[in-house]
Design a protein around this ligand. Structure first.
Ligand SMILES: [Fe+2]
Length: 256
């Protein structure tokens, strides 16, 4: 299997664009397409030609670049079957269990609904990389806009079950605000306190805090820690189903 080059770049106000490139097969995919100009600049800087867009969900800050990029490159757009009608220019609708090749790399599709009803994530098992859009963030998770807490908790559990070393690329740089909120849920978590400090240091010099990995999130992301007794106690929800505890944490973040 050829090496996969991954290039992450900030765009719009707080989105990340990501390009993946297989040099041997000369294929390049944009993970979502927040902004056509930013994606084109990133491609030009590396001399890569766009062949695919892998869309995670229909929101405009993930799809606005689809049509202009397709018009200029003829790229193939892969996206969630459950919201295909809302994905501009979609060629190949996919859903949970689909696997497709990207160059010499194997891509698996995971349904991760909740933020939107048809949100999907892309997992490259052999490369140990996942692209999770607006489902999971560093120390946070996406707002539950079209689904419900139970649905989002199920989606997060799917990501939690990936190998801990899996590198996770997310749609937004929300890490600093997420860390501040996370500390209100679990102030006694030493790994979280240390990560919050590291996050402030990175942001102070304009550096990205992503990608993250599953292992770090399991230790520091309150949205993945509904099973922790101290958190349940702080919320006054001891022994309740984990999805309810997750839901309460999400509600508190919405109000914060
Ligand atoms: Fe979104």
């Amino acid at each position: 299997m050829a090496k996969l080059d991954v290039h992450q770049f900030p765009c719009l106000s707080d989105n990340y664009g990501v390009l993946i490139h297989d040099a041997e097969q000369d294929v390049t995919a944009s993970i979502d397409a927040p902004d056509a100009k930013a994606v084109e600049a990133a491609l030009a800087a590396r001399g890569w030609k766009l062949t695919h867009i892998l869309t995670t969900h229909h929101h405009a800050d993930h799809t606005a670049g689809n049509l202009p990029l397709k018009a200029r490159t003829g790229c193939t757009i892969i996206g969630p079957r459950a919201e295909a009608a809302k994905i501009p220019g979609i060629d190949r609708p996919v859903a949970d269990g689909y696997r497709f090749p990207f160059g010499s790399h194997d891509v698996a599709v995971l349904d991760t609904p909740g933020h939107t009803a048809g949100h999907i994530s892309y997992w490259l098992p052999a490369d140990g990389i996942a692209f999770v859009g607006d489902t999971l963030f560093a120390m946070g998770c996406g707002r539950v806009i079209e689904g419900n807490a139970q649905m989002m908790w199920q989606s997060l559990q799917k990501l939690m079950a990936l190998p801990q070393e899996t590198l996770v690329y997310c749609g937004h740089e929300y890490t600093q605000a997420n860390a501040r909120f996370a500390l209100t849920v679990e102030p006694e978590n030493a790994a979280l306190r240390q990560r919050a400090k590291q996050t402030d240091e990175l942001r102070a010099v304009g550096k990205p805090t992503l990608p993250t990995n599953i292992g770090i999130e399991l230790k520091t992301n309150p949205f993945l820690r509904a099973s922790v007794a101290a958190i349940q106690k702080r919320l006054g929800l001891e022994g309740k189903p984990e999805w309810q505890i997750f839901g309460e944490i999400r509600e508190r973040k919405n109000r914060s």
